[in-house]
Design a protein around this ligand. Structure first.
Ligand code: XUL
Ligand code: CO
Length: 439
């Protein structure tokens, strides 16, 4: 079998003192914490689109990435090489999962029929390769945004033919995700939004999006696809306004359309910050609504206003993210998918390893810090005390629904003076620093 990452062997765990850039410093997949191995806690995944489709091109210039398939001209042969490269990469890295869009794994043909035939051929290659690999599919999804036909959106297009086309595409992508044992199916509304309200029937577009998701739920039942449906919020890019703006918007949309029991969130760090939220905010909103499904792990750049999809290395961010994941009891079907790309200047094959190793180490360390913070109950104790007025007396009566405005007025009139306590933000930030620096 051909080898595409020839210079690289299986990435070992060597510990924090190692100066080998092709070794993990903090991610020890077999280390057991709280009864589960790190591999099981973190459930890392490789994103096919960035890692095997990415070329390093940007709006100012052509691709820079040097890949064994860069010069290949036959699209199906290239797709087959990428399948091999994907499994070799995941196995050498020790990543248990990968994720793809339908159009990442197989090229479009001249008709939908031909496109589906291409997909079937590549799905067979993947299935064959899966027989002698432990690498699994975390989730599949549809790319209904790159092709010019989706210029006005997919399920929110003004053109009903496009709605139908997108439905056919999702139908097929769900079928292949099921066939490959995918544990989730993601809906990211690539162009589900608008550029201007001057030409937009927002009500119809949103109703159509709900109709589309209902059809997806029905079809999953029909074919017995039991994977978790996930919606990935993003506020803007490519459209000026994306309908799945953030977690709170998506949850309210799902609830008002009777769809909330069928969907959870796939939260992406860089999408959260584009919505002017912290990554942890998005994870928290999802978690307290029992809707935190999976994570697209990356980070943005605080000086750039777009989705830079960088590998996550900020330890504060990985700590606060894993804090939410541990608090929800860990991942079930979800995981940490590196929706991240190496920079244009990092054009060599080895850079793909460096990027993932950096992200995996950052999340492993973040997990350990968060685990200790939670086990020591440092924040919980403070928060518990901060809200203690709701445990007895008038606070308990409020929670128990025993009082209304009249009773509360009586109570307020009886108070001599009201006292508050400090929120101690700086003290808590110092404690967090201590855990991060000593952890
Ligand atoms: C785009 C993005 C997508 C989704 C899957 O910003 O994050 O790659 O993760 O369609
Ligand atoms: Co994403």
């Amino acid at each position: 079998m051909a080898e595409y990452f020839e210079n690289i062997k299986k990435i070992p765990y060597e510990g924090a003192k190692s100066d080998n850039p092709l070794a993990f410093k903090y991610y020890n997949p077999d280390e057991v914490i709280g009864g589960k191995s790190m591999k099981e806690h973190l459930r890392f995944a490789v994103a096919y689109w960035h890692t095997f489709q990415g070329t390093g091109s940007d709006i100012f210039g052509a691709g820079t990435a040097i890949r064994p398939w860069s010069e290949m001209t036959n699209a199906m042969d290239t797709a087959k090489v990428k399948v091999e490269a994907n499994f070799e990469f995941c196995e050498k890295l020790g990543v248990p999962f990968f994720c793809f869009h339908d159009r990442d794994i197989a090229p479009e043909g001249n008709s939908l029929k031909e496109t589906n035939k291409n997909l079937d051929e590549i799905v067979n290659c993947i299935k064959e390769r899966m027989k002698n690999s432990k690498v699994k599919l975390l989730w599949g999804t549809t790319n209904a945004f790159s092709n010019p036909r989706f210029v006005h959106g997919a399920s929110t297009s003004c053109n009903a033919d496009i709605f139908a086309y997108a439905a056919a595409q999702v139908k097929k992508a769900m079928e292949i995700t099921k066939e490959l044992g995918g544990q989730n199916y993601v809906f990211w509304g690539g162009r589900e939004g608008y550029e201007t309200l001057l030409n937009t029937d927002m009500k119809l577009e949103l109703d159509n999006m709900a109709r589309f998701l209902k059809m997806a739920v029905d079809y999953a039942k029909e074919i017995g696809f039991t994977g978790q449906f996930l919606i990935e919020p993003k506020p803007k890019e490519p459209t000026k306004h994306q309908y799945d703006f953030d977690t709170a918007t998506v949850l309210s949309f799902l609830k008002s359309n009777g769809l909330d029991q069928f969907f959870k969130m796939n939260i992406e760090a860089n999408h959260a910050t584009l919505a002017n939220h912290s990554f942890q905010h998005e994870l928290r909103v999802a978690r307290i609504n029992n809707a935190l499904g999976s994570i697209d792990a990356n980070q943005g750049d605080m000086f750039l206003g777009w989705d830079t999809d960088q590998f996550p290395t900020n330890i504060y961010e990985t700590t606060s993210a894993m804090y939410e994941v541990i608090k929800m009891g860990g991942f079930t079907t979800g995981g940490l998918n590196f929706d991240a790309k190496v920079r244009r200047g990092s054009f060599e094959m080895d850079d793909l390893f460096y990027g993932h190793i950096a992200g995996m180490d950052a999340f492993a360390k973040g997990f350990k810090i968060a685990y200790k913070l939670i086990s020591d109950k440092k924040l919980d104790k403070f928060i518990d005390e901060r809200y203690s007025s709701y445990k007895t007396g008038i606070g308990k009566d409020i929670r128990d629904g025993k009082v209304g405005f009249k009773e509360l007025e009586q109570y307020a009139l009886s108070l001599d003076k009201v006292t508050n306590k400090s929120g101690r933000q700086e003290m808590l930030e110092a404690i967090l620093n201590q855990y991060i620096l000593e952890g």
